[in-house]
Design a protein around this ligand. Structure first.
Ligand SMILES: [Zn+2]
Length: 310
């Protein structure tokens, strides 16, 4: 059987046909998020039909649709509970009804960080692990957790996914969630301008309000201010990871995000730090780079269908 994966992001929506742990064909369309998600459903529908037709796959051979969104999702009721303001038009909408009426297929829907974790667990760097934590670094900090072979969801569907909002410094930088000093306020790109100004007040010649991790890691090789910002971010990520370890006790931590191109700097730094901060058990926790990043969300669709029918 085949499954269809839909990965709703703030910039692009990816749609793919999945078979046996592989994305057979995929297509990306602009999210046009300022218009909301509802106007895109028809386009998503067209892309799905085009892909099925191009692959000569009959809809009867498709077991269902898995959708990943950057928000808090009631995965049982198939509803988005909280999402970026731009996609507010689909909050509480019955998306399962959409999939049923358009394709007569069942729908699974979940948070994108959780989808990434599922893919790493099923097909990637977390295979053979029953206890896994994933952390994705980028615009924000995405986290998710698998405990004893079960994806953590919790009573309000937030278990594991708010690791970026664990408060590390109550006097720290203001976060977009209303608290201060959350991991993602202290070390992610949406707040980079404030982070640089806090850490390197003697503003360096490479400074730009649009600076990102790539620039900072690049400049850190020869610039004391960039090195300070870089190490600050590495320390914050370490603290987030330590908190996730205390909460979920994983065998392995999978790290993802564009900046993991610098994994040769990040992984040894964090591994060394957590050995210093943590208990003896930290010696046994392996930190690895994600291995299915590009297609992670799409691949999770296949797992969701298995989960729904088991
Ligand atoms: Zn926060």
């Amino acid at each position: 059987m085949y499954t269809i994966g839909i990965d709703v992001g703030g910039t692009n929506i990816k749609i793919g046909l999945v078979h046996d742990g592989k994305v057979v064909q995929k297509q990306s369309i602009e999210a046009l998020a300022h218009q909301g998600l509802l106007p895109r459903l028809k386009d998503i529908e067209d892309v799905i039909r085009n892909i099925l037709s191009a692959q000569s796959v009959d809809i009867a051979k498709v077991s269902g649709i898995g959708m990943c969104v950057p928000g808090i999702v009631d995965s049982k009721g198939k509803k988005i509970l909280v999402i970026n303001d731009k996609f507010n038009d689909v909050v509480n909408m019955d998306l399962a009804q959409w999939a049923k009426s358009v394709f007569n297929l069942p729908l699974a829907i979940d948070n994108d960080a959780r989808c990434a974790l599922i893919s790493e667990w099923q097909y990637g760097a977390g295979r053979d692990c029953d206890n896994l934590v994933m952390i994705t670094l980028g615009t924000g900090i995405g986290t998710s957790a698998l405990v004893e072979g079960r994806v953590m969801r919790g009573s309000h569907y937030v278990a594991g996914i708010l690791g970026g909002h664990v408060i590390l410094d109550r006097n720290g930088l203001m976060c977009n969630c209303g608290n201060r000093g959350c991991g993602e306020a202290q070390a992610s790109t949406w707040n980079m301008d404030a982070i640089i100004r806090q850490q390197a007040a003697e503003v360096a010649n490479w400074y730009s309000p649009a600076a990102d991790f790539r620039l900072i890691f690049e400049k850190a090789a020869g610039d004391v201010y960039a090195l300070k910002v870089r190490n600050h971010c590495l320390d914050i990520w370490t603290e987030v990871i330590v908190n996730m370890v205390y909460a979920y006790d994983p065998e392995k931590i999978v790290m993802a995000g564009g900046i993991m191109k610098s994994a040769d700097v990040i992984i040894p730094y964090i591994t060394e730090k957590i050995k210093t901060y943590g208990w003896a058990l930290f010696d046994r926790i392996e930190i690895v780079r994600s291995s299915v990043t590009d297609d992670a969300a799409l691949l999770s669709a296949e797992y969701f269908m298995k989960e729904m029918t088991s």
